[in-house]
Design a protein around this ligand. Structure first.
Ligand code: AMP
Length: 441
């Protein structure tokens, strides 16, 4: 469906065109008409499906219809969006800014872990839309800096994650502050019983809107490959891959915060620029790491799963599972960061002897066998021989050579082949020279 068919106004259509969107995503086609009509919506969709625009565009249109107040304290918060993490809150705010760039609707974002004064100043200047994480919101309400008495639209985004993170009591406290007479939109990637209960208690005759969960179906544009490697050989393999792989941005996942820091240090020693993103980093460091990754100034980001939640960065050519996740669904979440919006992407995983059960669980979920990739040139670290069932032992999904869910296997080459993405070798060489490190150290 085209955005023009959704009866969105011209300033919004212009912003959508500037963003380069041609057609709506399924969640947008399904949700936008209901949100525009003022209905409550219970949306089952994950990040990456285009759900932010699915609520942001119609909200901007609805707010544009109401009487607009002048700037300053007279400007009241008419839409409140609650999000679980600082990064997601910032991303939602950025989306509102993008989609609302040709309107005079004002928006601001607040989250914890940073000095509150700039946020308080922005609030005093007046905002129609406030994107917030629950803790900082309650803090500022407690200080009398925010009133939610005029909220007309309430959005709970990634509600399942907010519950996972223990925000339910905070959400209830926020709900007590917003008018009962309002439009409520609740989005969640999964719909376990506590979310349904919450939805039942806060939504009124909600329209259910669902798009196929991505969790068991990675994008068909992602190619998967696996390296069987023992722990001591992982860093060498990673540096080898990065050295011989043209990439735009690489997101490397480790299981622990300490592991992320260690990988960044080891890459640094090899003359490669990388940043870490995890929960022990200060908010300033997280924001800087993300900004440098987004702009591709530091095109390698090493992250833990919690820190990478909801991360939406365009043009990530590779996701590397330095550590395989214990949960197979996490594999799909991780690789969902690449291969977005029809672009091709590569998912590369390191599998140690201890990871075999994890690998089998992932393959069961994907209903395919991840194919072993070729060594990057010059890689000589000790490797393990996989003792997984041979290709012939596998079921019909493998025999067909394609998984049921449409994801393609890598059969031969490492991540170095394929996309004509920018090579980082020259940049690293310069860096090495600066750091006086021998090439290959
Ligand atoms: P979201 O699920 O809201 O985090 O969106 C995921 C990504 O899809 C973001 O980078 C959006 O800019 C992008 N996106 C959203 N809607 C569309 C669309 N209709 N066409 C192409 N890309 C889109």
């Amino acid at each position: 469906m085209r955005f023009e068919d959704l009866r969105l106004n011209e300033p919004l259509l212009r912003a959508v065109r500037t963003a380069g969107y041609e057609d709506t995503t399924p969640i947008q086609a399904k949700a936008i008409p209901h949100v525009l009509a003022g209905k409550d919506v219970l949306g089952c969709a994950q990040t990456g499906t285009g759900k932010t625009a699915a609520f942001a565009l119609p909200i901007l249109q609805r707010l544009g219809r109401g009487p607009m107040r002048r700037n300053g304290p007279g400007r009241r918060i008419r839409t409140l969006v609650l999000a679980p993490t600082r990064e997601l809150a910032q991303q939602i705010h950025d989306s509102f800014l993008t989609y609302g760039q040709h309107t005079d609707i004002r928006q601001t974002v607040i989250f914890g872990g940073v000095n509150q004064n700039p946020q308080a100043r922005a609030l005093r200047a007046g905002a129609d839309i406030l994107v917030a994480t629950p803790g900082r919101l309650l803090d500022l309400i407690g200080q009398g800096l925010i009133s939610l008495r005029h909220v007309e639209i309430l959005v709970l985004d990634e509600a399942d994650r907010m519950l996972d993170m223990g925000f339910l009591p905070d959400i209830r406290r926020v709900l007590a502050q917003v008018p009962k007479e309002r439009q409520t939109l609740l989005f969640s990637a999964t719909m376990p019983a506590p979310i349904r209960k919450l939805a039942d208690s806060i939504l009124h005759e909600a329209v259910p809107v669902q798009v196929a969960p991505r969790v068991s179906a990675p994008a068909p544009t992602v190619e998967h490959s696996i390296y069987h490697v023992e722990k001591p050989g992982k860093t060498k393999l990673l540096t080898s891959l990065l050295d011989h792989t043209p990439y735009s941005r690489v997101l490397v996942f480790t299981r622990t915060k300490h592991g992320a820091d260690k990988v960044v240090k080891q890459l640094g020693r090899a003359g490669m620029d990388a940043a870490a993103l995890h929960g022990n980093k200060s908010q300033g460091a997280r924001t800087r790491a993300l900004a440098a990754f987004r702009s591709a100034r530091t095109p390698v980001l090493v992250a833990t799963d919690i820190a990478a939640r909801g991360l939406d960065v365009e043009d990530i050519s590779h996701v590397i599972n330095y550590d395989l996740p214990h949960e197979p669904e996490t594999y799909v979440h991780r690789i969902g960061r690449t291969g977005r919006a029809g672009e091709s992407g590569r998912a590369v995983s390191f599998c140690t002897g201890d990871d075999r059960d994890n690998l089998r669980a992932i393959e069961r979920l994907l209903r395919t066998q991840l194919q072993k990739a070729e060594d990057p040139p010059g890689y000589t670290s000790p490797r393990i021989t996989p003792t997984l069932p041979s290709a012939r032992d596998k079921g019909a999904a493998h025999k067909s050579g394609r998984p049921h869910n449409g994801c393609r296997n890598r059969t031969q080459s490492g991540p170095g082949s394929g996309d004509p993405a920018r090579s980082n070798r020259s940049r690293r060489k310069t860096k090495r020279r600066r750091a006086r490190l021998p090439v290959g150290s």
